[in-house]
Design a protein around this ligand. Sequence first.
Ligand code: ZN
Length: 221
Amino acid sequence: MAELVDAADSKSVALIRRVGSIPSPGTIQPMNFCSNCGSRVVLKVPEGDLLPRHVCEDCGTIHYLNPKIVVGSVPEYQGRILICKRGIEPRLGFWTIPAGFMENDETLEAGAAREAREEAQIDVAIGSLLLLANVTHARQVHVFFRARMLAPDFGVTHESLEVRLVTEQEIPWNDLAFPSTEFALRRFVEDRAAGVEHHHVAEMQRRFPGIGAASPPVRAE
Ligand code: ZN
């Protein structure tokens, strides 16, 4: 807070007080230097804005920090579901579905297919939208699709210790990596049993231990 007030001009402070939405220091991602010119940045509310941003007073760049999109899928082959045991932190050793950060210049569907290749060496046809999850505490939005594996071929990668095709009964519900993983898998099997393909929208709570730390932000989920 001291840093915020010190860095802000009086107008910004007045605006912050009026808006009444000062993020606690722990929720502001650290940034020291301007990536455009290398000068030190200050944390302040830019004119006309409502939230504090890292601002470079030398070159005028305002560094906006926004949520990241995680994209993935529930791949299926002849009724079995593909899951991966995470080979990287966070949640190393826990089970998940192929998913990761969306890249620039790709669509959601292309990102989901790419993650399936990267994490499980599988080729998939991306299907209907399964889940749109707000993961506000991790500053992420998760977008998961249903997917059909084109062949029963899969393998481990540097991101996955183990990859399995499992029946619904074999899903390790107690050893899943993230709340959104569980939510997606539960809706997937429920919908499949009902013969429907709904899309679900949900807010993920910080329910699993050791994940979702507000600062520094979780790199991969
Ligand atoms: Zn600058």
